[in-house]
Design a protein around this ligand. Structure first.
Ligand SMILES: [Fe+2]
Length: 293
């Protein structure tokens, strides 16, 4: 074993030693990382002094990249990074923090609500790999919630009630929750809701977990207020402290998580400070539910 894992916090997160992302991974290392992801769901790699090409190469050695789509309010000529990256920073293309009132920022800070990456896409994400280049002087933690443990802790009646429910996810719904309605017709069409199962089974472990996100705004066949109350109850249950690991970033950290069995959220930090974090994303296996239209 060249790779060593050490549990941190709740039992679904671990720190990894023995990986240098400046070098190609051996087949054994690839296997050990996947096994580590299946055993845990959040892996933390410290001190990775890598450039974008090395971040991308590490990602591609673990699977297929999610197809790039415009999931933010940045215009095409407004990108700071290549489309192989999700720019999770608060920086414009000139490397300056967005003004506090900038709608691109106000939309982006919706990621401070609990979510699973790309649950608003027909094929939701598998792994996300977030690398920290610049971090603010305070705040900006990323918190993760274990949706498998949360599912296991539900009573049998609730498990039976939610087993086959289908939710509709859209970034329109998550932004409504923070009072952001400033979307154009084109953006509303681009963020059209997609359907996802509320309970999903992990393809590698066969274990069930809740598939929740603030993007979930309705349940097929349910009145909206009742659906939102159930989703809120389940989210409150799933994000109790016993199910949560909070990651305090250092420059050079790369944190990888499995979106199929975790939720996460960013925490606030001073708006005028730079937070340069960059994400690559691996594609999921396929849709979790049949779509309409
Ligand atoms: Fe995210």
């Amino acid at each position: 074993m060249t790779v060593k894992l050490r549990q941190i916090g709740p039992c679904f997160a671990a720190e990894v030693d023995g990986i240098d992302m400046r070098k190609p991974l051996s087949p054994d290392e690839v296997t050990e990382i996947h096994e580590g992801m299946n055993e845990y769901a959040v892996l933390v790699f410290h001190d990775q002094d890598i450039d974008g090409a090395q971040h991308l190469a590490f990602t591609l050695s673990l699977g297929e990249l999610e197809a790039p789509t415009r999931a933010s309010l940045r215009e095409a000529d407004d990108y700071r990074l290549p489309t192989t990256f999700n720019d999770v920073s608060n920086l414009d293309k000139n490397e300056q923090p967005f003004a506090r009132e900038d709608r691109r920022r106000l939309f982006a800070i919706g990621n401070r609500l609990w979510h699973s990456d790309s649950s608003f896409k027909v094929v939701p994400a598998k792994y996300s790999l977030l690398h920290a280049r610049t971090i603010p002087s305070r705040g900006g933690n990323t918190e993760f919630a274990d949706m498998r443990a949360a599912y296991d802790a539900l009573d049998a009646e609730t498990k039976a009630e939610i087993e086959d429910l289908i939710c509709e996810h859209s970034q329109i719904f998550s932004r409504q929750q923070i009072g952001f309605f400033d979307l154009t017709e084109e953006e509303r069409a681009r963020f059209k809701p997609v359907r996802q199962r509320l309970v999903r089974t992990h393809p590698a472990t066969g274990r069930k977990s809740l598939f929740l996100a603030s993007h979930a705004g309705s349940i097929v066949g349910w009145p909206v207020p009742e659906a939102r109350l159930l989703l809120r109850d389940l989210s409150e249950h799933a994000t109790q402290r016993e199910f949560v690991y909070s990651h305090k970033w250092s420059v050079g950290d790369l944190v990888m998580w499995d979106n199929r069995r975790t939720m996460h959220r960013g925490r606030s930090f001073p708006a005028h400070e730079k937070r340069d974090v960059r994400r690559t994303t691996l594609a999921g296996e396929g849709p979790t539910a049949a779509q309409v239209g």
